[in-house]
Write a protein that binds this ligand. Structure first.
Ligand SMILES: [Zn+2]
Length: 144
């Protein structure tokens, strides 16, 4: 009886592990799709900028720098979002990026195995700051 219980226990543990792994992969896939969407958005803006500049050239008009700056800022925001997504994937896999050589390293590593750079301890504070930044962005988007 006891043995059977133990077997059941082990089986459920394995199941849990697999389920966790599967949901991790699903999450990572979802984030990667999001990244591709952002990349597509950036490409669209590049094209729009090009068309805008050419149109102005054809019409013999001056390009509005403010207009262009605004489009560039949009690209910047999307790029930041991509960086955040990539960091999320790293976190999912319990990895982080070395700030010196950008190698993927274990989240618990104190030193980069690639370049030996001392890693900062992950502080919860900076995470909260990031979150509030994201919230601000969402608020901004809602206002637009
Ligand atoms: Zn490094």
């Amino acid at each position: 009886m006891e043995i059977l219980e133990k077997i059941g226990d082990a089986a459920s543990k394995t199941y849990k592990f697999t389920a966790e792994k599967t949901s991790k992969i699903a999450k990572e896939t979802k984030i990667k799709m999001q990244i591709n969407e952002y990349k597509g958005d950036i490409k669209d803006i590049y094209i729009e900028i090009g068309e805008y500049v050419y149109e102005k050239f054809v019409k013999g008009e001056k390009t509005d720098l403010e207009e262009l700056n605004q489009r560039c800022e949009e690209i910047q925001i999307l790029s930041d979002k991509i960086v955040n997504c990539k960091n999320e994937i790293l976190k999912l896999n319990e990895k982080r990026q070395c700030k010196n050589c950008y190698a993927e390293i274990e989240i618990s590593a104190n030193y980069c195995p690639n370049c030996g750079f001392k890693q900062e301890k992950e502080e919860e504070k900076s995470e909260q700051q990031e979150e509030s930044k994201e919230e601000e962005e969402i608020k901004k988007e809602e206002n637009e």
